[in-house]
Design a protein around this ligand. Sequence first.
Ligand code: HEM
Length: 462
Amino acid sequence: MTTTRHDQGDTAPASARGCPGDVTRLYGTTPPGGRDALWERLREQHGPVAPVELEPGVHAWLLLDYQENLTLLQQPHLFSRDTRHWREAVEGRVDLAKTLPLMSWHPSALYADGAEHARLRTPIMDALARVDMTEVAHTVRLLADERVDAFTAAGVADLIGEYAGRLPVLVVNRLFGLPDSYGHMLGDLTTDVFGEDAARADDAITRMQQYFAGLVARKADKPGPDLATWMLEHPVGLAPDEVAYQAALMVSASHMPTTHLIGNTMRTLLTDDRIRSAHADARLSTHDLLDHVMWTDTPFQILAGRIALQDVRIGQARIRAGDALLVGIDAAHRDPAVRRGPADPGTGAAVGSRAHLVFGAGPHSCPARGLGRLVASTAVDVLQERLGGLRLAVPPEELRLVPSAFLRGLRELPVTFTPGSPVGRGSAPTRQTARVPAVAEEEQPPEDLLGRLLSWWRGLGR
Ligand code: HEM
């Protein structure tokens, strides 16, 4: 990447100013096979960086090469994570409160730079470091078994809607020290936020804010051994509303990527005979399988918004200070310079490297990759162990991707399997799960903000 200062009057190329013929739209229908062919075409046309349109009239640069993407992530002094520097926002064309979630701005670590980033990220890191991963492994297993118990007798299930879409949020809710009913409520709210009903999505966003404000208020009143309490007690001294924003970040940063990592891994197992038999014969461990999927079927195809702090040249493109740049993770993984490494002749899996960009890089890289991997690997293992004769219920080409420029995952994953019996670990803890720090359900929710929210949700009867 070359960094070049330009004269004041210098303008971006016509393509970056939104000339319709030049700019590629990233919104609208996602092709069934994903956008692999699009990345190749953009690379041929534009080199390492291409002008794209995120939604009508909202332009950005998409980085396509692996090395350029890595450099972008690792140079916060040139590329800010603070979207308030974005020219579209500065000049009033984009309202940061209403734009696409990943291009918006909130007072959380994800949107901060430098010392402010460190102030907000340190309590998150330190709270996560206090989590007992052995306990969490039991918890994830228990919650995954409960999910499978709910559908095992039927012999059919949607592994996104009934399993992968719910498990990650239940785990994080437990780490906040709340009963599972609050996690189910949060799961329903998240589904509505990403659903296609705009009025329901707006209502769900408001109620999620109440969940986090209520969580922090309850923990300030009754501290416990949980992430929210540890962030409240942290010597950095975050205000309660700041803790609520960091807790909200933990849920939003963890839920969908983990869901789609589980979903994409199951899709790979169900459609790639070589990978399935290598995994079944223990030649390919679940963790190596996850890395293979993170290279080849990444749950994030694009990572959002860095803002150029000064004029730079990348390839032939002149990026101006204030332009938005997108991290093209899927495109980077298909860069001929690094292309997935050679496949292992025995297993067919991409080998030799965990250098995929799925957990980011640089100062904002995921502080919970171990937790994310633990949830995903346990989720995949439980399905393999519990569902005999597992197969897709539809031809692979009928599987539909979520309509997102950022995420790459399935809307549904319909499967059939041999009907089984529940193991009932949720209601009667076995010796293996007895140490799980479950929080007892409340018959009558307390009369605080969080309790009132739960009563509202129970009233919906969902
Ligand atoms: C497979 C699962 C996960 C994936 C693929 C993933 C991926 C990522 C990526 C790519 C980033 C960097 C974002 C950026 O640079 O713009 C990130 C940041 C973050 N992730 Fe994860 N994540 C996962 C699970 C989790 C979990 C389980 C948690 C916590 C419970 C978590 C908490 C966070 C937080 C707080 C940040 C922001 C860090 C910062 O800005 O300093 N993630 N994650």
